[in-house]
Design a protein around this ligand. Structure first.
Ligand code: SF4
Length: 356
């Protein structure tokens, strides 16, 4: 039985090659596929000399989340986002928390048109849509159709991505994205990336982050610290230096705690002192806003004013407990401007209505 292809499923991020092959240009793997073959992510396939996105219109996971969960600390704080994932991934993280969808090779999921996705987002009071749970670059064309629909409805759009994009993908997506959370693993150390996530190295991610910032996209960096095998002062320092030098010292930087999952159940959670040590390394490189994630109740969840050291935003997990900034997002104590896009909605928490 020949594969039936809907017009929307034909990808734009690919190049025809001699002999009926296609070369995918969505991610830095640049898979070349003969007729009938899939790419590494299993959702892009050569059908009759055209690259087809098999997961177009099929969501494997949808959920309403706080934007802080993405994590985004400096973008539309306190807002809700309609989160969408599909199946497949261009990485093979050995500790993936969503392996049941990211490593799924069957195209499963419920039908979700771009129009229905945005209608659902509005119904649940979301301010934006976000693509998360698996790598959105592999379904770029589907995500882009949802983003266009979201913008028509006045919603923002956000990618949670490993950043392993091509310049072609960044050129297609960049003009349409409002915010991106770029998720490094093991600080992007090449040996760790090869062994534990089956990717060559961090260079494409570095280039993607620079390109997105140049296009005016709000970018936050996360770095998941896997204990014992993925914690390196030198690698964190290198990553922090890249962020300071090429993205700017005010780029939010999140050091996330690892939890055992998938094929790496034998490791402990990341010790908090390890995260605190790497936090100090990142700060010493000049980063102004460094956060610890997945350590609820830790004082390094808060936003501290670089001008006077006061707690500018007090957080607990994904919740904002106190907002000590004025109407222009300046520190209530010293007036230093904190680069946060937007403010919590007026009805976010009664305590936040208290004037600074
Ligand atoms: S998106 Fe998929 S098919 Fe395309 S290059 Fe990446 S892994 Fe290969």
């Amino acid at each position: 039985m020949p594969t039936v292809v809907a017009p929307a499923q034909v990808a734009t991020l690919y190049e025809p090659q001699p002999g009926g092959k296609v070369r995918c240009t969505a991610c830095a793997r640049y898979c070349t596929m003969p007729e009938g073959s899939h790419g590494f992510c299993f959702v892009r396939k050569n059908v009759g000399g055209r690259l087809v996105l098999l997961s177009y219109g099929r969501a494997s996971a949808v959920q309403v989340d706080p934007v802080e969960k993405k994590p985004l600390a400096h973008f539309r704080p306190g807002s809700r986002v309609f989160s969408i994932g599909t199946v497949g991934c261009n990485w093979r993280c050995q500790y993936c928390q969503n392996a049941e969808i990211s490593q799924e090779r069957e195209i499963v999921g419920r039908p979700l048109s771009p129009e229905d996705a945005v209608r659902s987002a509005q119904r649940y009071g979301c301010a934006g849509v976000t693509f998360t749970y698996n790598e959105p670059t592999i379904f770029a064309e589907y995500a882009l159709d949802i983003v266009r629909e979201a913008h028509r409805a006045g919603l923002f759009a956000n990618f949670v991505t490993n950043g392993y994009l091509t310049p072609e993908a960044t050129q297609l997506l960049g003009p349409h994205l409002d915010a991106v959370s770029v998720d490094f693993k093991g600080s992007g150390e090449p040996g760790f990336m090869r062994r534990y996530i089956s990717a060559k190295g961090p260079e494409p991610i570095f280039e993607t982050t620079v390109d997105l910032v140049r296009r005016g996209v709000h970018v936050e960096i996360t770095d998941l610290i896997v204990p014992e095998v993925g914690e390196s002062v030198d690698a964190t320092r290198t990553l922090a230096r890249h962020v300071v030098d090429r993205l700017g010292p005010s780029t939010p930087f999140h050091l996330l705690r690892f939890h055992p999952d998938y094929h790496m159940m034998d490791l402990p959670v990341t010790p908090v002192p390890t995260l605190e040590k790497l936090h100090a390394v990142a700060k010493a490189e000049g980063l102004e806003y460094v956060y610890l994630g997945n350590v609820w109740g830790h004082p390094l969840e808060h936003t501290y004013c670089p001008g006077c050291g006061a707690v500018a935003v007090r957080r607990y997990g994904f919740t904002i407990q106190r907002w000590a900034l004025d109407a222009q997002n300046r520190c209530g104590r010293c007036g230093h401007r904190i680069p946060i896009v937007g403010r919590p909605p007026d009805d976010y928490l009664p305590t936040l209505a208290t004037p600074v």
